[in-house]
Design a protein around this ligand. Sequence first.
Ligand SMILES: [Zn+2]
Length: 86
Amino acid sequence: MDKLIEDPRLARANRAIQALAAGMMKVSPFILGKAWVVESQSRFGTHEYLVLNDEGQWQCSCPDWQARNEDCKHILAVKLTHARHI
Ligand SMILES: [Zn+2]
Protein backbone atom coordinates (compact mmCIF):
# COMPACT_ATOMS: atom_id res chain seq x y z
CA MET A 1 0.00 0.00 0.00
CA ASP A 2 2.73 2.45 0.99
CA LYS A 3 4.66 1.57 -2.16
CA LEU A 4 1.61 2.35 -4.27
CA ILE A 5 1.14 5.70 -2.59
CA GLU A 6 4.73 6.62 -3.54
CA ASP A 7 3.56 6.79 -7.14
CA PRO A 8 2.84 10.54 -7.51
CA ARG A 9 -0.31 9.91 -9.53
CA LEU A 10 -1.73 7.55 -6.93
CA ALA A 11 -0.62 9.84 -4.13
CA ARG A 12 -2.61 12.66 -5.75
CA ALA A 13 -5.60 10.36 -6.21
CA ASN A 14 -5.32 9.42 -2.56
CA ARG A 15 -5.26 13.08 -1.51
CA ALA A 16 -8.30 13.72 -3.70
CA ILE A 17 -10.17 10.80 -2.09
CA GLN A 18 -9.33 12.09 1.37
CA ALA A 19 -10.34 15.66 0.53
CA LEU A 20 -13.66 14.43 -0.88
CA ALA A 21 -14.28 12.25 2.16
CA ALA A 22 -13.47 15.14 4.49
CA GLY A 23 -15.79 17.47 2.60
CA MET A 24 -12.83 19.71 1.64
CA MET A 25 -13.70 19.38 -2.05
CA LYS A 26 -17.12 19.47 -3.63
CA VAL A 27 -17.83 18.58 -7.24
CA SER A 28 -20.86 20.06 -8.99
CA PRO A 29 -21.83 19.19 -12.56
CA PHE A 30 -21.86 22.30 -14.76
CA ILE A 31 -22.38 20.87 -18.24
CA LEU A 32 -23.40 17.22 -18.14
CA GLY A 33 -20.38 14.98 -18.77
CA LYS A 34 -18.23 17.90 -19.95
CA ALA A 35 -17.71 20.51 -17.26
CA TRP A 36 -17.71 20.58 -13.49
CA VAL A 37 -17.12 23.17 -10.83
CA VAL A 38 -14.85 21.97 -8.05
CA GLU A 39 -14.94 23.90 -4.81
CA SER A 40 -11.72 23.32 -2.95
CA GLN A 41 -10.96 24.38 0.60
CA SER A 42 -7.45 24.87 1.83
CA ARG A 43 -5.72 26.86 4.52
CA PHE A 44 -5.60 29.71 1.99
CA GLY A 45 -9.37 29.79 1.69
CA THR A 46 -12.00 28.43 -0.66
CA HIS A 47 -11.42 28.40 -4.40
CA GLU A 48 -13.56 27.31 -7.28
CA TYR A 49 -12.04 25.72 -10.35
CA LEU A 50 -13.55 24.68 -13.62
CA VAL A 51 -12.73 21.19 -14.84
CA LEU A 52 -13.37 20.37 -18.49
CA ASN A 53 -13.45 17.06 -20.32
CA ASP A 54 -13.13 17.74 -24.03
CA GLU A 55 -13.36 14.31 -25.67
CA GLY A 56 -11.09 12.77 -23.03
CA GLN A 57 -8.74 15.78 -22.89
CA TRP A 58 -8.98 16.96 -19.29
CA GLN A 59 -8.28 20.52 -18.27
CA CYS A 60 -8.52 22.48 -15.05
CA SER A 61 -8.37 26.20 -14.35
CA CYS A 62 -6.14 25.79 -11.28
CA PRO A 63 -2.47 26.94 -11.19
CA ASP A 64 -1.36 23.37 -10.51
CA TRP A 65 -2.76 22.10 -13.79
CA GLN A 66 -1.49 25.12 -15.73
CA ALA A 67 2.02 24.46 -14.40
CA ARG A 68 2.12 20.69 -14.78
CA ASN A 69 -0.39 19.86 -17.48
CA GLU A 70 -1.31 16.57 -15.89
CA ASP A 71 -4.27 15.53 -13.78
CA CYS A 72 -4.52 17.71 -10.68
CA LYS A 73 -6.57 16.77 -7.64
CA HIS A 74 -9.62 18.60 -9.05
CA ILE A 75 -9.61 16.50 -12.21
CA LEU A 76 -9.07 13.41 -10.08
CA ALA A 77 -11.99 14.44 -7.85
CA VAL A 78 -14.25 14.69 -10.91
CA LYS A 79 -13.05 11.36 -12.23
CA LEU A 80 -13.53 9.73 -8.83
CA THR A 81 -17.07 11.03 -8.45
CA HIS A 82 -18.30 10.99 -12.06
CA ALA A 83 -16.32 8.40 -13.96
CA ARG A 84 -15.67 4.72 -13.53
CA HIS A 85 -11.89 4.83 -13.64
CA ILE A 86 -8.99 7.24 -13.37
ZN1 LIG B 1 -7.05 21.62 -10.72
